[in-house]
Design a protein around this ligand. Structure first.
Ligand code: PLP
Length: 346
């Protein structure tokens, strides 16, 4: 049986036309968009065309987009850039945010943990969807505050709303694009200072743009409507898997089951089992899933995102995350359920 991949929230394979676009651009679009000769100007034209496609899809102005190499970089650029400008006032953030967001906040002098009293808070950072549980979050609203949204997991899985925020980040490799391209969107006139000096990206992010990756991202964006539809169909498959798993034992539960969630994600809490052992057994049986743990410095730590929801360390260590690719079929989910049931019975 071919291997089956259920780890779409980690990354997804680039779409075939994205691979073709990137490959072609490596041969044809290698020139530096900042150069003023004809080769450079052609590269500049392609770069701006890509920016237009992405901006149109997001419903923003092209000039408001800054190309970065990853959502991690975009979050660092945004958070560090804001700290330089407004870091004397507290920032508020949910403790279950991705480390790409929590790490740059270590430098912020005062951080409040959401949900919290928002008075004095000047900056709010909130993910649209959690990578581990799929739970969707609303942007807390506080008049006068700056609101940054992490859309890395939401993009391509659910419609993304930018009307309730001032800045947002997006990652290509989670929605069918290539590694090496991400987008930072920010409203003009934000009190923000660039970290990397250079003439590129209107002086907001120095460094030669990775044109092949950016063209690949724009190509993936053209397929977003189709991808959103495919993802919406995953909800019933995901629910079917959860219903089966919950029927096996009263000790099993689904994190965030009654909350709005990404349609492709299931964080299965299998009390009495080690998530890591279940993951390894599934891997050996041909199924790629992930756990609610992350490897830091060689040691496996229980997930801070799951513990932020009130679960204990043992529970966090008993979680496996199943995240479906848009094209996942019922037979693949059935095969996963059968394999998982066998492993849990051992
Ligand atoms: N934010 C969230 C919610 C994520 O899930 C991830 C990656 O898993 C990131 C940010 C970082 O994205 P990237 O891999 O593009 O740096």
């Amino acid at each position: 049986m071919p291997r089956l991949y259920f780890d779409a929230n980690a990354t997804v394979p680039p779409l075939p036309s994205v691979v073709a676009t990137v490959a072609e651009a490596l041969v044809e679009g290698w020139a530096n968009p900042t150069s003023i000769h004809r080769e450079g100007q052609r590269a500049r034209h392609l770069l701006e065309e890509a920016r237009d496609v992405i901006a149109q899809s997001l419903g923003v102005y092209p000039s408001e987009l800054v190309f970065c190499s990853s959502a991690t970089e975009a979050l660092h650029q945004m958070i560090w850039g804001l700290r330089i400008a407004v870091g004397n006032k507290p920032a508020a953030v949910f403790p279950g945010e991705h480390s790409a967001c929590l790490n740059p906040l270590k430098e912020w002098p005062k951080v409040r943990w959401l949900p919290c009293a928002l008075e004095e808070v000047a900056t709010i950072i909130q993910m649209a969807a959690n990578n581990e549980t799929g739970i969707l979050y609303k942007m807390p609203q506080l008049p006068g505050s700056l609101r940054l949204k992490d859309c890395a997991q939401a993009w391509g899985k659910i419609p993304v709303d930018l009307s309730d925020c001032d800045a947002a980040v997006f990652s290509a490799h989670k929605m069918g694009g290539p590694r090496g391209a991400a987008v930072l969107w920010m409203q003009p006139h934000l009190p923000w200072l660039p970290l990397m000096e250079g003439p590129q990206e209107r002086r907001r992010r120095g460094g030669t743009e990775d044109l092949p990756a950016i063209l690949g991202l724009a190509e993936a964006v053209r397929f977003l409507p189709e991808r959103l539809e495919q993802n919406a169909h995953l909800e019933s498959l995901r629910n079917h898997l959860e219903t089966e798993v919950l029927a096996w034992s009263p000790d099993y539960s689904v994190i965030g089951k009654d909350q709005p969630r990404l349609p492709n994600t299931s964080a299965l809490l299998l009390r009495g089992h080690s998530g890591e052992s279940v993951q390894i057994a599934l891997d050996l049986a041909g199924f790629a899933v992930s756990t609610g743990s992350a490897c830091h410095s060689g040691a496996t730590q229980p997930s801070h995102a799951i513990m932020a929801l009130g679960y204990g360390e043992d529970e966090a260590r008993s979680v496996i995350r199943v995240s479906l690719l848009p094209e996942t079929k019922e037979a693949a989910v059935e095969a996963l359920a059968t394999a998982l049931k066998g492993i849990l019975k051992r």
